[in-house]
Design a protein around this ligand. Sequence first.
Ligand code: ADP
Length: 151
Amino acid sequence: MKRIALFPGSFDPFTKGHEDIVLRGLKIVDEIVVAIGYNSQKQNRYFEIKYMVEKINETFVDIPQVSVVVYNELTASLASQVGATSILRGLRNTTDFEYENSISQVNRDLNPDLETIFLITSPELAALNSSIIREVHRYGGEVQNYLPYTL
Ligand code: ADP
């Protein structure tokens, strides 16, 4: 059976840190579905969802094991729908840990077959942060170095 993992996030924007998690995740699972969610606490996106879908597809154009979906429901339900048995998340620091710890408990309560796989961020990418990239971009700074595609 093919092992499918869901990689959910806001991806506003998708960064080289996210790309790294996907590429490393592919050593563990057969397919990864990158799932761009509307986070209830982050209603207003900076980069449009449609644009980000395009850019993520462009990033993995040579890797058919990666696909992209947009969703607006429980991550645990989406996982069942796409046949994913795991959720993939990156851990950068203890702040990520605190947050991810509770989410993964809830997700497993909601769907007992769903395990969360955490990958520790590669050190050179650990400081990468979508919200800082948005700020830099908003004020005209160069962000291309942090992105795996051309804006
Ligand atoms: P969310 O709003 O759900 O946290 P993000 O798009 O910010 O969504 O992040 C999605 C996932 O990618 C999270 O698991 C996050 O920890 C991880 N992530 C974010 N930035 C990096 C990075 N630089 N390196 C590795 N993982 C990262």
